[in-house]
Design a protein around this ligand. Structure first.
Ligand code: C2E
Ligand code: CA
Ligand code: CA
Length: 763
């Protein structure tokens, strides 16, 4: 009997020590308190084993060992309490009560050691029993003294405290955790119950010691290893249920055994969801007959509720350890959002955010692609709005943006497929399209409709189109665009022209313009510009004056006529410098003539349209009048119709100022522009200078002469003298005389000539 008990205790002790070894290897949260508890249980078991093995003749030794056993129970229950607090995470005891319990246990322990000599806690007597083995056994009969009950009270109180903690945890925890705390609670109750029973029944051995050991082992298992089975199931099933991935589960016969919510939605339209799911697996297998893989995945596009969904579908077979098929699953990962974002990103990377047309790099790529496969002639059409910057400044960028969007719409509608359109920068658009599809007038007409949107009232939107007919399809796309924009640049600033086709001559022209601009300042400084005079003759044949026309005496190129450099200077905003120079020369000459008593001669000078933009014209003439001594009536100012039309208000104000200074204004090139007649009623001009373009007409000669006749008679009625320029023949002079023209200028009388020649011939 004793041997059996001892062997059992030793086995349990060995298991406990093994447990400590295993636990120490695991980095788990409760490890420390579990190890302490097990070591205490080992100690208790060893003390008790030692005690029951002490022979009858070694009484003091038995007293000592039993004392050790009793005192170890104090510490065992304390470590149980510490473990309970650690395991349940309930720490109700503050530091002081814990110290008190520790002190009491210390005193109790000391009392048991002293008991070896005093016997005040308990006393031992060797006894003999017939029961319990072959021929009976000797054992130590423990008789307790009253102080021993104090020890018991301490032990039971501490145990009770641990039990309450576990009980609280069992009540409060979710059901799947009840086993975790409940089993420790039950075992502790059994230990205590057994202990009470043993002492109440005065048994020969304390059998509860066996339970200490088994309790320690099961604590070790529960605290460190056992995870609630149901918890895992619960987590798995919740994950499956709430997963954003659609999941279908099948048995090995292909019968659908589970569908989560997302997968259910995928098949919701089919009525019988399970049947549809089974059919899906069947179809999948049919499609992947060749594949031997256990997991097969692919992208699929599925339309659900009219919306395209991008799914990544994976089919997986599950096998047991012997390779027998257990079942299958199909997973649907909905990648619609990802695909949508990816497409959006791709769109953003290749398109202009404002207009939705291609951006620069995408345009280059697409244009290249089209040209590489081109079978017909292609055009590169670029566009630009005159003074678009001004639109933004005057009406705000919002309005500017809306204009661009409207333009993009028109380009899109015109270009269609087989072409590429992009916004290159600001208001610069480029379109590559087949030549056959480009109808210049139709396109311009549609662009003109943008004005009707009423976004920019009182601002004339003028669109320029530069067209390059592609000769060499291998030419870089940007070179093609450059050429189209070059064509635009050659007409920029002009309101009459909207479309310009690139020709090789354009490049030459651009080079010439560059040269002019490079040389201009120096030429002005070095007085390479000379004033030529073309005589103006009255209808009685007398000389009345001359028009000042500039000539450039270029050191290398010789005499350059104004047609070559004036448009360039106008475009570059430099013409006012030259004009000022010419006006000053004219004023100087008039001063000189005045001194010489030739006050009968006048000089007409040209005022460029652009002068009004780059300087205060009125102020310039005021200064001239103040600086030179001449009769202002003799300096006539020629302003073209187009100047008046471009900036009516500004020019009108300047004209009023010039009139107030006493200058006479001539309307130059009258009849060559658009709205000559209508303008006459608003502009207070003094002289009308008619363009001879009328008389050069060969088609409608009669109509032209009628118009001319009427213009002259009408200006007479308005009290405006008329001068006709470009008169080349005697017939023209006769005719003009007949219809009442007052003055003439033209090759018939004389070509523009140098000052010296003029003075020689007419002064
Ligand atoms: P415009 O003001 O209309 O000048 C008259 C042009 O007609 C002059 O050309 C003159 O040489 C030309 N012309 C005169 N009589 C006849 C004729 O019987 N038959 C033909 N076919 N042509 C005739 P030019 O000197 O080459 O000047 C061209 C244009 O350059 C001028 O046209 C004028 O707009 C501009 N220009 C000339 N000098 C100046 C200047 O100092 N300042 C500014 N802003 N423009 C100037
Ligand atoms: Ca003129
Ligand atoms: Ca003229």
């Amino acid at each position: 009997m004793v041997q059996a008990l001892v062997i059992l205790l030793l086995i349990l002790t060995a298991i406990m020590i093994a447990c400590v070894g295993i636990v120490n290897k695991r980095a788990v949260r409760n490890r420390k308190s579990v190890v302490h508890l097990i070591w205490m249980a080992v100690f208790t078991a060893v003390c008790y084993t030692g005690f029951i093995l002490v022979p009858a003749r070694w009484h003091p030794m038995a007293m000592f060992m039993a004392g050790l056993y009793f005192l170890s129970t104090d510490w065992l229950v304390i470590y149980l309490m510490l473990f309970a607090a650690d395991y349940t995470e309930i720490h109700p005891l503050s530091r002081l009560p814990r110290i008190v319990i520790g002190l009491l246990a210390g005193v109790d322990s000391l009392s048991f050691l002293v008991n070896t000599f005093t016997g005040h806690m308990f006393h031992l007597e060797s006894a003999w029993s017939e029961i319990g083995g072959s021929g009976g056994i000797t054992y130590w009969n423990v008789s307790l003294r009253p102080p021993h009950y104090v020890h018991r009270l301490l032990v039971y109180s501490v145990v009770l405290y641990s039990l309450v903690i576990f009980l609280y945890k069992v009540i409060k925890s979710p059901s799947i955790y009840k086993r975790k705390y409940g089993s420790i609670l039950v075992q502790t109750v059994i230990v205590v119950g057994l202990n009470i029973m043993c002492s109440a029944m005065d048994t020969k051995f304390d059998y509860s010691v066996i339970m200490y050991a088994s309790l320690a082992i099961s604590i070790c298992y529960f605290a460190l290893y056992a995870s609630p089975r149901k918890l895992l199931d619960k987590i798995h099933s919740t994950i499956v249920k709430d997963s954003v991935i659609g999941l279908l589960a099948y048995d090995n016969g292909g019968k659908c055994v589970g569908i989560n919510q997302v997968a259910g939605e995928l098949f919701a339209e089919s009525g019988d969801i399970y049947a549809a799911a089974e059919k899906y697996l069947e179809d999948w297998r049919e499609e992947h007959r060749e594949s031997a893989a256990r997991i097969v995945g692919e992208e699929r596009v599925v339309t659900i509720g009219g919306r395209e969904n991008f799914l990544y579908v994976t089919c997986q077979d599950f096998l047991d350890e012997k390779g027998r098929k257990l079942g299958s699953s199909i997973q649907f990962e909905n990648r619609t959002e990802v695909v949508r974002k990816l497409r959006e990103e791709q769109y953003r990377a290749t398109h202009d955010t404002l207009t939705g047309l291609l951006n620069r790099s995408a345009f280059e790529e697409k244009a290249r692609e089209i040209l590489d496969g081109a079978r017909e002639s292609y055009l590169m059409v670029c566009s630009n709005i005159q003074d678009f910057k001004l639109v933004n400044e005057l009406y705000g960028t919002d309005v500017g943006d809306r204009l661009l969007v409207a333009q993009a719409e028109i380009i899109r509608a015109t270009a269609r497929e087989g072409s590429a359109s992009a916004r290159i920068y600001a208001d610069k658009f480029s379109t590559l399209l087949p030549k056959s599809r480009f109808q210049e007038q139709e396109f311009l007409g549609r662009l003109a409709e943008i004005e009707e949107l009423g976004l920019v009232s009182s601002f004339k939107l003028h669109y320029y189109l530069g067209v390059y007919e592609i000769q060499d399809q291998n030419e870089p796309v940007w070179t093609m665009c450059d050429k189209a924009f070059m064509a635009i640049n050659s007409i920029r600033g002009s309101y009459e022209q909207s479309v310009c086709y690139y020709e090789d001559r354009l490049l030459e022209h651009i080079m010439e313009e560059k040269e002019v601009l490079n040389e201009f300042d120096r030429a002005l400084e070095e007085k390479q510009f000379h004033m030529f005079l073309q005589p103006q003759i009255a209808n009685n044949g007398s000389i009345i004056g001359a028009e000042a026309l500039v000539r450039w005496f270029h050191p290398q190129k010789g005499t350059v006529s104004p047609g070559v450099f004036i448009p360039t200077l106008e475009k570059a905003g430099l013409i006012h410098k030259l004009d000022l120079y010419m006006w000053e020369n004219a004023a100087k000459k008039l001063e000189e003539w005045k001194r010489q008593g030739r006050e009968n001669l006048s000089i007409s000078v040209n005022i460029s349209t652009k002068d009004f933009r780059y300087m205060d014209v009125c102020e310039a003439f005021r200064k001239l009048a103040a600086s030179y001594d001449f009769d202002v009536k003799n300096l006539k100012l020629e302003i073209t119709e187009s100047a008046l039309m471009e900036n009516v208000r500004e020019v009108m104000r300047a004209l009023d100022g010039l009139h107030a200074l006493g200058y006479d204004i001539e309307i130059d090139d009258f009849g060559s522009g658009y709205s000559s007649l209508g303008m006459l009623k608003d502009i207070k001009a003094d002289i009308l200078k008619i363009d001879m373009i009328f008389l050069r007409e060969t088609k409608n000669v009669e109509r032209s002469t009628t118009i001319l006749k009427n213009i002259i008679s009408m200006s007479k009625e308005l009290g405006m003298p008329v001068i006709t320029e470009g008169v080349e023949t005697k017939e023209q002079v006769d005719f003009l005389m007949d219809v009442g023209c007052d003055m003439f200028q033209g090759y018939y009388f004389a070509k523009p000539m140098s000052l010296e020649n003029f003075e020689k011939d007419y002064c």
